[in-house]
Design a protein around this ligand. Structure first.
Ligand code: CTP
Ligand code: MG
Length: 374
């Protein structure tokens, strides 16, 4: 039998999202689900390494047939932890990055075919397009390897099970598994990789893989506005932009009155032509009475996702004399982004110089825009 370990325990620091990179959405699925869907037809067992704290969430996404283990502090450590869960009957093991979400089933099958023909380690590589220099710590070039001999290495990487286990025995550290296997003196065969197997590292890479998905993105925008009056009830809590402002007086409303969250929901509904706040969560839907802004955002995300849309970004401007947003902006952005599955969010705030709308100090308003793609 053949097993695959999918390394998905990284935090995605360079991606700069508020959630682990493997849980970022690409179209209708997370990066992890894309990776699993493509490798699954080639293997009989799949093990996913999850970031600590996300095991249950990942289990619920990937289903019962897949083993989820907690990953480690480095990729090599995560792979070792995954390796411990591989069935002892596995003859070959593929190690794959969740971040190479679009590596094809064909690529996995070519790796396996090469193992079946007797290779002990097989990895995909692409010809290098740039000149690559070795540089010293002083920043000066030491040498320039001949570009024709260089390959950019990808995953899935395939190994005879015993050799991969041997390579990981010493708790070695490397950026991929073939390096550890090669250090033991084993021959590592390079086959032709795939451009679409690129490692999604930054948000710009997402746009590139969208084009590989073959769904030329259809972008659409929407705008949403909401306003609520300050409550007469001095005990009413203020919820704004997904967080609680304990020193402020709350606003009246059917839900928690979070105008920033509501404006974003409406902008998303508008962009995707899925109605508005009233038609989706209005007073005719008593189950949403008192609902938090964050839960309405999460519900909205579900609605627009089932309509086939993903969020490119949302912005919201809060209009009011108080509260002062500045100091808590990062916290508010994080709360809103989390509710929207990690989508990029920005928040600005303004007063209206004592005029109109909220200038009289009677309440708070917000205007949001959303950019989505199908
Ligand atoms: N990975 C892992 N365990 C770690 C670190 C990384 O399982 N401790 C996984 C990542 O989830 C990813 C793959 O290894 O699928 C390749 O790593 P990389 O693309 O560098 O992802 P991150 O480490 O999450 O990103 P960054 O380096 O930007 O933080
Ligand atoms: Mg990393």
């Amino acid at each position: 039998m053949i097993a695959a370990i999918i390394a998905a325990a990284g935090s995605g620091e360079r991606f700069k999202a508020k959630i682990p990179k493997a849980l970022i959405h690409l179209g209708d699925k997370t990066l992890l689900e894309h990776a699993i869907a493509r490798i699954a037809p080639a293997v009989q067992q799949i093990i996913v390494t999850a970031p600590a704290g996300y095991e249950e969430q990942i289990k619920s996404i990937v289903g019962d047939d897949i083993v989820v283990v907690t990953g480690g502090a480095t990729r090599s450590e995560s792979v070792r932890l995954g390796l411990a869960a591989v069935d002892s009957a596995a003859k070959f093991i593929l190690v794959h990055d969740a971040a190479r979400s679009l590596a094809s089933t064909d690529l996995a099958q070519s790796i396996i075919a090469s193992l079946q023909s007797g290779e002990v380690a097989v990895i995909p590589g692409l010809a290098e397009v740039d000149t690559v220099n070795v540089i010293g710590s002083d920043g000066y070039v030491l040498s320039t390897p001949n570009r024709a001999t260089l390959r950019t290495i990808q995953t899935p990487q395939g190994f005879q099970a015993a050799i991969l286990r041997e390579a990981h025995k010493q708790s070695g550290e490397a950026t991929d598994d073939a390096t550890l296997v090669s250090q033991l003196g084993h021959k590592v065969k390079v086959i032709t990789g795939e451009e679409s197997a690129l490692k999604i590292t930054t948000p710009a890479d997402l746009a590139i893989v969208m084009t590989f998905l073959g769904t030329a993105s259809q972008f659409r925008t929407g705008v949403g506005v909401d306003a609520h009056a300050f409550s007469e009830d001095k005990n009413r809590q203020l919820w704004l932009a997904g967080i609680n402002w304990s020193d402020e007086i709350g606003v009246d409303g059917h839900s928690d009155g979070d105008v920033a969250a509501h404006a974003i929901c409406d902008a998303l509904f508008a962009a995707t032509s899925t109605g508005d706040l009233g038609s989706n969560f209005g007073t005719s839907r008593p189950e949403y009475a008192g609902a938090s802004g964050s839960s309405l955002l999460a519900e909205t995300l579900k609605i627009i996702t089932s309509a086939g849309f993903s969020i490119s970004n949302v912005t919201v401007q809060i209009i009011g004399n108080r509260p002062r947003i500045g100091a808590r902006r990062p916290e508010a952005i994080e709360a809103l982004s989390r509710a929207l599955g990690g989508a990029p969010v920005s928040i600005s705030a303004t007063t209206t110089d004592g005029m109109g709308l909220t200038g009289e100090g009677k309440g708070i308003a917000a205007i949001a825009t959303a950019l989505v793609f199908k």
